[in-house]
Write a new protein. Structure first.
Length: 555
């Protein structure tokens, strides 16, 4: 167990600057400073700078002995925790400031474990700090109040006949873990809950499961909002201790990942996901596929939880997925097989041809530029590859929404229009719009009650920003729209011809529905605008409307 480092510097952290001084209002004899910066005797600036650096703390728990003899003792949980603690220290290539281990009878009760998790908030109090929790013990299942089965960690004082009251549900641990201020954290569960291996199912749970057809439901608590939740076995699988390895199998290979530096992308550091990917692959091989470690992650971009070494350079790009929907998806880069998800796949930087195939279905086949050090979620890759733009040719019908003015000025007039719509740019569910419509008509109107012929050209240019959402294959959108309307009107009066030209910018609204099918789109769109017109020396407000239908190409 490592002692807390830089204790003296931490005591003054709230008052210290990077120069090793504090704000002071006290004075020596003959001195009357009213505030200002005073040197701290004996405190080097380097100590303060060290204290101000992000901290990395770990809480490692190995529970091998239990009060309730229903749970058989585990042989290697204490060794798991202690050897992992040694691997995480800087003397052995790790990168942690403080590592605490809980392995004794007094340290492994349910209440003590939750207290120690809460204390991590004091040891890693800032978002840039790193917190790691590791637990090696029995795991089991128990029904919650709704009847769904939840994962329960067996602590030293867990009773097999009172799991709800004495066990440690993963949901409770996840809530305590989520409450930590650190944004860089990982929870490693070297347990299982299948009824074999490092697990037993109490009689009450067995009876409850007997009434369920099929596999027991997995409660939603299994997914934490924490940065990473690494599990030694998938739901319903057994985690194992192994006498040849003298460790929990997953933990053995996790340790091997740290000591052998499983630095897949070559940046100089071993992240939690890199260590897990290595341990997952070796555990799968060692157990002939009977134990498959899992990861649940909310990491976006680079994995911030570094377990060993330091990031010294931009690593190779990584394409990854741990989502159940992509499990078994084969990855091919430039025609070379690179393996399958879940996990991380290192690729070369630059433009690469990527193919994702699951069974007989091709999920993605296209080029993508991988930047140095980038970590790309496969869902983001597929999403970026979706068509972002639609160019459409439409027929547009435009008119005044006043029957009286339609008789005097213009009847509904139609013509071709072009539209360009961007999808989810610059933010999701926001579609910018651009449209151009031109219409020509020869029609009769009756200004001042006199029927005359007119030739009319209406040109309309519009821009808009529409909120959008998807309903199956249909994209629905609507929002504000601004149009420039230009009317060129030629009246054929009995005694003369008269030409009138009018241009104005009008605010309005747009709404539409687009059927999106691969590269093809068909859509229907309506627009409503306010148009100020000067009629008989009076300014009148006129509502205009248009409806457009057409087809387009998505790209």
């Amino acid at each position: 167990m490592m002692a807390l480092r830089n204790t003296r510097a931490l005591r003054v952290l709230g008052l210290a600057s990077g120069l090793g001084v504090v704000v002071a209002c006290a004075s020596d004899a003959g001195q009357r400073p009213k505030g200002g910066l005073m040197p701290v005797p004996g405190l080097a600036s380097g100590d303060v700078l060290t204290a101000a650096q992000p901290r990395k703390v770990a809480l490692l728990i190995g529970i091998g002995h239990f009060d309730d003899k229903f749970w058989p003792d585990l042989l290697y949980t204490s060794r798991d925790a202690q050897e992992l603690a040694a691997a995480l220290t800087r003397a052995n290539g790790g990168d942690f400031d403080e590592v605490r281990t809980l392995t004794t009878r007094e340290e492994t009760s349910r209440s003590r474990i939750l207290d120690e998790v809460a204390l991590l908030a004091q040891r890693a109090p800032r978002p840039e700090d790193t917190a790691l929790i590791y637990i090696s013990s029995h795991g089991t299942l128990a029904p919650d109040r709704s009847g769904a089965f939840q994962r329960v960690l067996v602590t030293r004082d867990t009773r097999s006949d009172a799991l709800a009251a004495s066990g440690l549900p993963v949901a409770d641990l996840a809530r305590a873990f989520d409450a930590l201020p650190s944004a860089r954290k990982a929870l490693v569960l070297a347990t299982c809950h299948s009824g074999s291996g490092k697990s037993l199912l109490p009689p009450d749970t067995v009876r409850a499961m007997a009434g369920i057809k099929g596999a027991p439901p997995m409660a939603l608590e299994a997914v934490s909002r924490a940065t990473l939740v690494l599990s030694a076995a998938d739901f319903g699988q057994a985690a194992r201790e192994d006498d040849r390895l003298q460790h929990d199998v997953y933990t053995y290979f996790l340790l091997e990942a740290l000591t052998r530096r499983a630095d897949a992308n070559g940046d100089g550091a071993v992240s939690a996901t890199e260590a897990h990917d290595y341990a997952r692959r070796r555990t799968f091989e060692y157990t002939d596929g009977r134990q498959v470690p899992t990861v649940q992650s909310t990491v976006v971009g680079a994995d911030p939880v570094i377990l060993a070494g330091r990031v010294e350079r931009a690593g190779l790009p990584v394409l990854y997925s741990y989502a159940a929907g992509f499990e078994g998806t084969q990855v091919s880069i430039d025609g070379r097989d690179k393996g399958a998800f879940p996990g991380s796949i290192v690729v070369d930087q630059g433009v690469q041809q990527v193919e994702l195939r699951r069974g007989g279905d091709v999920l993605f086949d296209g080029s993508f530029r991988f930047e140095p050090g980038a970590r790309i979620d496969v869902t983001a890759l597929i999403d970026r590859a979706k068509p972002r733009w639609t160019a459409a040719l439409r027929y547009d019908l435009f008119g005044l929404l006043s029957p009286a003015l339609s008789t005097q000025l213009l009847s509904p007039i139609g013509g071709p229009s072009l539209s360009l719509r961007a999808r989810d740019l610059p933010w999701p569910h926001l579609d910018p719009l651009l449209d151009l419509a031109v219409a020509y008509a020869e029609q009769k109107v009756a200004p001042a009650g006199l029927a005359v012929d007119q030739r009319l050209v209406v040109t309309r240019v519009g821009v808009g920003a529409a909120a959008a959402f998807d309903l199956w294959w249909v994209r629905l959108y609507g929002g504000p729209h601004l149009a420039l309307i230009y009317l060129d009107r030629h009246l054929l009066l009995p005694d003369r011809d008269e030409t009138q030209r009018f241009a104005t910018v009008t605010p309005g609204l747009v709404a539409g529905a687009a059927l999106e099918l691969d590269w093809f789109e068909a859509h229907l769109e309506g627009q409503l605008h306010y148009l100020p017109l000067l009629l008989d020396a009076q300014l009148q407000s006129v509502a205009t409307g248009s409806i457009a239908a057409g087809v387009g190409v998505r790209f």
